[in-house]
Write a protein that binds this ligand. Structure first.
Ligand SMILES: NC(=O)c1ccc[n+]([C@@H]2O[C@H](COP(=O)([O-])OP(=O)(O)OC[C@H]3O[C@@H](n4cnc5c(N)ncnc54)[C@H](O)[C@@H]3O)[C@@H](O)[C@H]2O)c1
Ligand SMILES: CC(C)[C@H](C(=O)O)[C@@H](O)C(=O)O
Ligand SMILES: [Mg+2]
Length: 366
């Protein structure tokens, strides 16, 4: 039987409760669709700092290296905000993981479920039909550019971040975005700030060059400020949005808000091999952690993305997506997306419903 090893890094805040609720669904899907998953848990983030003094302990990195994918919860929280920046969970664990494994493309699908139109802050006719993918460059730009840091000058402290992109970094993520667009509505929008930023001028030039290999994909350009506005004005116009690192970070949270909750936004971080890191786009949500109320959909759908991108188990991935949609159709909702007539569910209850539906749908198919 095909076997895949998965490093499970649950992390902080809502990470552990979401991962705990999701693993049985992934296990069940693997049984139903005929493959085996070997999960190996490892410490990461603030939890790892407490236990070992390091946000990304060497043992964790070892476990990741002998796996085919990382299934990640979230890291960070108030307890660790006063540590030196380079020791904090986000900068000492998550960013190094992305960089170490060269996971340069972050794929964030945003879909407004028809059943959830009442959860969107937008009018139903505006949110309806939103089905887009943000492809975010993940290992370059202002997150990683050098020089970076703090120096003391006669005027006081000076903080420096550098926005830098090499042509090759733009090319490789653009190819992934064009390939995704080819399988969809074939509209690719590059989001940039080419009226101000030199790096954006290079993005435009490079993406135009790459587009010559994809004559069937319509290429559009949009300045990021306009893109942020278009996202609330007419979000259904978008198919694939290609963004540099920071723009993609910001626009994806905005897009999740349109769908109704950050708890809906899954993500796949991939590179040029099958290895990937799969995590909700949202964070550790300290405001709701430990209450069994967080929405597990982003975590569950991140599992489906792992099946799709790292294992090429498309049928299992699709079955999970369908099961989530079916549970929503039956009216079940976690608190973040619940409205008057919803059947309110805890994190665990919602995940259990997805597992039941997965099994039920599988039996019906046979
Ligand atoms: N990938 C990651 O590990 C990651 C991503 C983003 C933020 N963070 C970290 O998380 C911490 C908190 O950051 P923040 O509050 O700005 O962002 P956040 O994404 O944790 O939360 C923002 C808002 O969205 C809500 N939310 C997020 N996920 C949800 C879910 N599954 N169900 C229901 N509601 C959900 C939260 O309750 C909160 O109101 C910080 O330390 C931040 O650095 C980590
Ligand atoms: C936690 C943080 C470093 C991270 C990012 O900015 O990439 C998060 O916001 C995300 O969107 O994955
Ligand atoms: Mg973010």
């Amino acid at each position: 039987m095909k076997t895949y090893r998965v490093a499970v890094l649950a992390g902080d805040g809502i990470g552990p409760e979401l991962v705990r609720a999701t693993i049985p669904i992934l296990r069940l899907a693997s049984h139903l669709y005929g493959f085996e998953l070997i999960f190996e848990e490892a410490l990461v983030g603030g939890t790892a700092i407490e236990a070992t003094g390091k946000a990304l302990p060497p043992e964790t990195l070892e476990i990741c290296k002998r796996s085919q994918a990382i299934f990640f919860g979230a890291v960070g929280g108030k307890q660790w905000e006063n540590l030196p920046p380079e020791k904090q969970p986000e900068r000492a664990a998550l960013l190094p993981l992305r960089k170490t494994f060269s996971l340069f493309a972050n794929i964030r699908p945003v879909y407004c479920y028809p059943e959830l139109l009442d959860a969107s802050p937008l009018k139903p006719e505006i949110a309806s039909g939103v089905d887009l993918i943000i492809v975010r460059e993940l290992t370059g730009g202002i997150y990683f550019g050098q020089p970076k840091g703090k120096i003391y000058t006669e005027q006081g402290e000076r903080a420096i971040d550098t926005l830098v992109y090499e042509t090759s970094e733009i090319e490789r993520v653009s190819i992934i975005a064009f390939e995704i667009a080819l399988r969809r509505k074939k509209i690719l929008t590059l989001v940039d700030k080419a009226n101000v930023l030199e790096s954006s001028v290079l993005w435009r030039k490079t993406v135009k060059e790459i587009s010559k290999n994809y004559p069937d994909v319509q290429l559009n350009f949009l300045y990021v400020d306009n893109a942020a506005m278009q996202m609330v004005l007419r979000p259904s116009q978008f198919d694939v949005l290609l963004c540099e690192n920071l723009f993609g970070d910001i626009l994806s949270d905005e897009a999740a808000g349109i769908a109704g909750s950050l708890g809906l936004l899954a993500s796949a971080s991939i590179g040029s091999t099958k290895f990937g890191l799969y995590e909700p786009a949202g964070g550790s949500a300290p405001d709701i952690a430990g209450k069994n109320i967080a929405n597990p959909i982003a975590q569950i759908l991140s599992g489906a993305l792992m099946f799709e991108y790292s294992f090429h188990e498309e049928a299992a991935a699709q079955a999970i997506k369908t099961a989530v949609g079916d549970v929503l159709k039956e009216g079940y909702r976690t608190l973040d997306i619940a409205k008057g007539s919803s059947r309110y569910c805890s994190t665990e209850e919602f995940a259990d419903k997805v597992a039941q539906k997965l099994e039920e749908n599988f039996k019906k198919q046979k």
